[in-house]
Design a protein around this ligand. Structure first.
Ligand code: URA
Length: 217
């Protein structure tokens, strides 16, 4: 059983330590079906952390978040919004791929509440280590995990709120939902709105002074 982060520690565990611990996580049963734990990746002192739901099929095999089709869309959108990947850390609310077999395919399944709660110490550990200025929840699972069940992505997207883990937290859609659009027109519109939400993040970031290294712990 992996050691999990202890929030009462005065000095948060580093991302490297957390990543090693999470690799043998058995806090829920998803480890048994996943190829590996897919921990977050990006700048260790990123100013923006983006949180998705869980790794997909490609991510499960490669061991990196957002490297499949949804990740490609996300990375393009970040660039269009003026967010530099050097300022960004990408992670997920749940760090194992949850799937069921259908023929030769592995079909994504939504993580349940217990799985999200079991995985929470890793996300808390990442946020404590990074101390980002802005956290962006991508889709309903991440939004609920970070802000509670009352949050509604369609109603609350683009708004910022202060939390204990970051001074600015916002929600937007998950890039996979854009890929599932029924028509080209719908996809274009959904993508435009997504870039618009990320632009608001980039604008907000420009107004936040850069941290001094002493806050980084
Ligand atoms: N979807 C997610 O939520 N996260 C990933 O890493 C990939 C797809």
């Amino acid at each position: 059983m992996a050691k999990t982060p202890d929030p009462s520690r005065s000095r948060p565990a580093t991302l490297d330590v957390l990543r090693k611990q999470a690799a043998s996580c058995r806090r829920c049963d998803l480890w048994a079906r996943g190829t590996q734990t897919v921990f977050g990746s990006g700048a260790p002192h990123a100013r923006v952390v983006l949180v998705g739901e869980q790794p997909g099929d490609v991510e499960d095999q490669k061991g990196e978040p957002f490297v499949g089709p949804a990740g490609r869309l996300l990375r393009e959108a970040l660039g269009e919004a003026g967010l530099d990947l050097a300022d960004v850390y990408l992670t997920n609310a749940v760090k194992h791929f949850k799937w069921v077999p259908r023929g030769k395919r592995r079909i994504h399944q939504k993580p349940n509440r217990d799985e999200i709660v079991a995985c929470r110490p890793w996300l808390d550990g990442e946020l404590a280590a990074i101390k980002p200025s802005i956290v962006v929840a991508l889709g309903a699972t991440a939004a609920g995990a970070l802000l509670g069940p009352q949050v509604r992505v369609t109603r609350d997207r683009g708004q910022f709120q202060a939390t204990s883990f970051a001074p600015f937290v916002t929600v937007t859609v998950h890039p996979s939902s854009i890929l599932r659009s029924r028509t080209d027109e719908e996809r274009r519109d959904a993508r435009d709105r997504f870039v618009q939400d990320l632009r608001a993040v980039a604008e907000r970031l420009r107004k936040i002074p850069h941290r001094s290294t002493s806050r980084r712990g």
